[in-house]
Design a protein around this ligand. Structure first.
Ligand code: R5P
Length: 309
């Protein structure tokens, strides 16, 4: 087995390799003066089971292209099997043709990965689970929930209600509410533009309860801000946010400072683009769970049994 890292999240890759117990493979990734990416795999990988760790977070296009080029290099270097490890799958939100003349970019990315030579995908908390169906290669889909729920349980929150900030996140919120044995509520959201949302109603009882907003990702913060403000209007108590992918854009900082959210509980699936000192943020590591999945894939063991909690 060989594990390589792209340049998107080397810290996470180092943690994963350490947990697996193998050194990171040697690879050189640089740029030509005109911006083209240059890759050279420095280790012999002929006949190896290769894992490439690369979340396609900001800069999304650069990180995606880099991943495709690394996969191509591995394929041409005769790797026996190539697994793209994408702790965060960029473009996952563009997964349907909900307006005329728009692309399904999540599917395009799936096609590109396979065309480059990926034999498997290891991913975490897709925006929607159906995305697995975009691939005709095996996909192992992990959840950050075991890591986040462990932390929430340690907080011993009483009278909690798990809240989905939009109808699309209902399934995820439902599984958190089951794991935490808590109530469930949902906020009705309308997206007015790419960075503007309106939350207009809460379904479920949140008054006097500690609300845990659960979402797959936070970007501009618009969704969580609007939901948290609405929950306060409905007399919720303390509000926490549990988010798998901390895709914060720098502008989210000011907006989120105003939000009535006591703590943002996120994972290290992508590197933070805002200072962790700017907001009350708790970063939990998903390296252990990714490492365990890599070991099991390599040994042909069950990955789903990782999630029996
Ligand atoms: C939307 O369906 C997603 O699950 C997130 O709620 C959303 O993409 C977060 O984006 P933002 O922070 O920009 O509102």
């Amino acid at each position: 087995m060989k594990i390589f890292s792209g340049t998107a999240n080397p810290e996470l890759a180092k943690e994963i390799a350490k947990a697996v117990g193998v050194p990171l493979g040697e690879i050189s990734i640089s740029h030509f003066p005109d911006g083209e990416i240059s890759v050279k795999v420095l280790d012999n990988i002929r006949g190896n089971d290769v894992f490439i760790i690369q979340p396609t977070s900001y800069p999304t296009n650069e990180n995606l292209m880099e991943l495709l080029i690394v996969i191509d290099a591995m394929r041409r270097a005769s790797a026996a099997r190539i697994t793209a490890v994408m702790p965060f799958y960029g473009y996952a939100r563009q997964d349907r043709k909900d307006q005329p003349r728009v692309p399904i970019t999540a599917k395009l990315v799936a096609n590109l990965l396979v065309a480059a030579g990926a034999n498997r995908l290891l991913a975490m908390d897709f925006h929607s689970q159906q995305l697995q169906g975009f691939f005709d290669i095996p996909v192992d889909h992990l959840y950050a929930a075991p890591v986040i729920v462990k932390y929430l349980r340690e907080m011993q929150i009483e009278n909690a209600v798990v809240v989905s900030p939009d109808p699309g996140g209902m399934k995820m919120a439902y599984s958190y509410s089951r794991l935490l044995k808590s109530n469930l509520a949902i906020v009705a959201k309308q997206r007015i533009g790419p960075d503007e949302v309106e939350s207009y109603n809460v379904v479920g009882d949140v008054a006097g309860k500690t609300a845990i907003l659960v979402d797959d990702l936070i970007s501009t913060g618009g969704t969580l801000c609007a939901a948290a403000k609405l929950l306060k209007k409905h007399n919720a108590g303390d509000i926490y946010a549990a988010i798998s992918h901390a895709v914060f854009v720098p502008a989210a900082n000011d907006k989120l400072k105003q939000a009535p959210i006591k703590e943002f509980i996120v994972t290290n699936s992508v590197p933070l683009r805002i200072s962790p000192a700017a907001l009350p943020i708790r970063i939990l590591s998903v390296a252990g769970i990714l490492a365990e999945a890599i070991i099991r894939i390599h040994n042909n063991q069950s990955v789903s049994s990782l999630f029996i909690t």
